[in-house]
Structure formats: structure tokens, C-alpha cells
Design a protein around this ligand. Sequence first.
Ligand SMILES: [Zn+2]
Length: 262
Amino acid sequence: MLNIHAINAFDDNYIWLIEHKNIACVVDPGCASSVLNFLKSNPHITLGAILITHHHADHTGGINELQQAFAEKLQVYGPQNQIAGINHQLTPATELDRAQNLSIAPLGITAKVFATPGHTLDHLCYVIEDKLFCGDTLFSGGCGRLFEGTATQMHHSLSELAKLDDSTKVYCAHEYTLANLAFAKAIEPNNDDLMAYAKQAVTRRDNQLATIPTNIGVEKSINPFLRAHCETIWQHLQQEYSLTVNDPLQAFTSIRKLKDEF
Ligand SMILES: [Zn+2]
């Protein structure tokens, strides 16, 4: 039985702490002090490992300070890239069904790891039981910006995530939901599921509650970046933006560009 705790960092980052029998790993600790404060308030939990999704500083900035705080004993898993402090470099396939089985030794649990290039070229996603830790690849109502990869790569990466069971909980690294949904509504104004979800998300934020985790089934019904195959969206792109779209990748590429300018 895993317990997942959200640790808030910076303006809108979530550092996810995964706890199994009082041993924990944190995903993307951009900030060490936020993690150390959490552990101080929860002294029964010991940190044993770190999972890194990609090289951006708001995901990796706390690695060294955490290592120092734990006498250099942390197992740090992450992509093969120039990220200081990773002591287990991973180079998994880009297909979910060829994912690497990674034993997270201190916790005695196994993660499925696969590569999801797009936001960055080194991006990894981790699936542990029914939980997906996807960094900046998939957000609720949106997806990561294409800083390094191509639209083709990101479209493929998101298509692999969409193969997970609908009940899979999605633990992304940012609370970007309301801004994403404002854009999603412009792309799909007649999606009733989206309108209902957006209303619920506003209420949660008004009450200082997180909108994360979401799940794959919900995202498939409301997230335009997982819905680029829908011909209703193609028609809307034509009518509203005079964009001619003939296939899902073209639609995805157009939607990503529109979001960058939104
Ligand atoms: Zn990033």
C-alpha cells in the first residue's frame, strides 16, 4: 500500500512523495527545503530514493542538498543526461509495452519506466501500481511545451500515456489546470464533460484544493492534447482558426501552436 503526499514548491510545482512502509522516494525535488520541512513534520518517514523525470532545474535543483542531508545514501534514478547527482541512469524505450521494470530498492517496489520525449528529449515517465508520475509531459487539460522535442515525439509520447488504464491516477508536476482548461474550452466549446470538469476545477482552486491527481479516463475526455483524433476538433480548427487538418498529428501540432500563443 502506497501513500502519496503532495509537497508544494515554488509557485505551482508539486513534488510527489511516495511512501511505502515509512520509506519514501520523492519525484522531481526541485527544492530541497520543501522536502526537508515535510520530513521534519512527518518524522516516521525516511527518505530513501529520488525519481527524476527530466533535467529542468525546478525538478532537479534539490538533489544535492537532499543527498547531503541523507549522508549521500539516496538512490537517485533519472535520465541519462548531464544531471548532477543521478546515480542510476536510465535509458528505457519510448513504448509503454517495452517499459523498463525498475526496482526502487529502498522501498521494495517496482516502477515501469519509459521515455516520453517532447517537452525535453530526456523526459521519463514512471508508473507505480495505478499511478503515473509524468513530470511535464501530461498536465490536467494540457501538456508540456515543446522545448526540445518535436510535435511528432510529443504526440507519440501522449499516445503511449493514453494506453494506460482509464483509472490510472495522473500525478503531474504542476498545478496548471485552470489556465489549461481556459484554452481547452476555446478548442472544444461543445464538450460537456470539459465544461463540467472546468467548473469543478474552479471550485477546488477557490477552496485552495489541488486539482491533481487527475486520471487518464478524465483526461481522455477533456484534454485537447489527448483528443487530437476527434473530428469535431478538426472542424472547429477549420471554422475558428482557418486551419485545415487531415490527421491527428496535424491537429496536435496546430493545437500545441495555438496554446503557445493563447
Ligand atoms: Zn520542465
